[in-house]
Design a protein around this ligand. Sequence first.
Ligand code: FAD
Length: 523
Amino acid sequence: MAQTYDVIAIGSGHNGLVAAAYLASAGKSVLVLERNAWLGGGVVTRELTLPGFRHDQHSMAHIFIQGNPLLRNDELGLKSKYGLRYVFPEMPMMSLFEDGATLPLYRDRERTCAAIARFSPRDAAAYRRLAEQAAAWLPMIAASLYTVPAPMGASTAMLDQSREGRALWRITQMSTHDFLCSWFEHERVRAHFARVAGENLVSPDEKATALGAFVFVGFLEAYGFGVPVGGSGQLTAALAACIRDRGGQVQSGTDVAQVLVKGGRARGVRLADGRELSARDCVIGAIHPHHLGRMVEGIDARVAAEAAATEVSPNACITVHAALRAPLRTRAGEPLGAVMVELMPDHYEVLRRSFDELRYGRLAPYPLIGLGSLSEFDGTRAPPGAAIMHAWDYVPYRRVDGRAWDESKREYAERMLEHMQRFLPNVKHDLLAYHCDSPVDMERTSASFVHGDLHGIATSTYQSGAHRPTPELGQLTVPGVERLYLVGPFQHPGGGVFGAGRGAAVKICEDLQIPLERARLGT
Ligand SMILES: Cc1cc2nc3c(=O)[nH]c(=O)nc-3n(C[C@H](O)[C@H](O)[C@H](O)COP(=O)(O)OP(=O)(O)OC[C@H]3O[C@@H](n4cnc5c(N)ncnc54)[C@H](O)[C@@H]3O)c2cc1C
């Protein structure tokens, strides 16, 4: 390794890779350093169970990145040059209720309306209105996601100037539950959209979460849920290939201990083995706010203390990845058909009470299991005739009974499988092997997933937009430390595969006075 680069990126999560890839395209010499033996952070595909079964250890559905100019305009050639391919199933999501009833969400609005009408014709009409509104708001919302967030005051003032804007602001302040009760009458339709909010690790009763339903439906209809052919890790592979092709380096197995700061400016990094590497232009860091104080030399104590005080979600994630002898079937003998399947109680209140218990640090009485079996859409994931399953549930990071997750996770995984059996009768019969990641494992696989929060920090209003993770750090920079740029699920626009590293690249190009066009097209 040479000792001096233009740009050093700490972490090979997709956001760091995206930022680094734009800068490599702009002609900068780039080095990406990853602590793990593999690349990708939350965007990784691994044989976790048996040979030939390729599991997306974390993210599996690439939803929000589909609206990013990175893919929409193929700005870095990930699709045209570096082999990234997606399929977009017609049914992105489905609720499967315990009594066997189903409520699917299709990309096609009329098909969804027909499915909802089986529960309530009035709710079908309400969904049509929701989808129309979501489509109208989508361009404005999407325009804010892949760039530096607008200051909070300015964006609120802008919304306040029109009737449309004020309506949107009102929705942003409501809880999902309040919104659903004012919009839909049937409890299963309410439960279905409440579970959509749950995918953001929030209870439907959490204030300021209602906009999520509009964002979800807007993206689902406009872009669909992308299933990456070959697995989630293909995005990582395409980004790494792009960086290397443009002269950059991506290095695994290299732990960064600290960002070196001299004269109020980030100058490089110190590795855990003591070596120091210099960065002429900037350092990009996937640094969780809780770790900022120890990672950034000489950081302002108040900035670090506020970052350390950011709130993590009480709903930590636990996953089961299974290798299956045969595809999953519902009790009616049907294939799943949807990218994401939510296993739902028959009554909405049960779902709300499960989220309530998590708030008090207790295990949810009714599991909140969602799952995907992407071998249904991509034959590369499992040997012929076989299948994979990725199931997730929410649990407290610290168990009230004091038991450690390392010792108790398999028992919990068995509980999950037992519960799934009620919906998918062949799940245990066809199980060949499984791998379970507890919230503690989650934290071990990426420093972003503190306490098993797959969004890094909670998605609450006061930790959103330009105030994510804190008002001081919301512009992707660190006050008092020039040329250090932050990427991660704990920054705007939040957790998920957004390709949000593009926002960091926009900011860096501005500061280095590089025309973004050069970074986009490598010209
Ligand atoms: C179980 C689970 C399921 C999910 N499912 C979905 C989904 O279906 N769809 C979706 O959109 N999102 C999903 N997500 C969320 C999504 O995976 C993350 O939000 C996203 O991957 C974050 O990307 P990132 O690049 O910001 O950070 P990360 O992916 O966390 O990458 C950060 C990287 O930096 C490395 N690193 C950190 N510090 C250092 C250091 N000091 N030195 C060297 N390396 C370092 C880490 O090892 C890691 O590889 C899921 C997450 C989890 C955990």
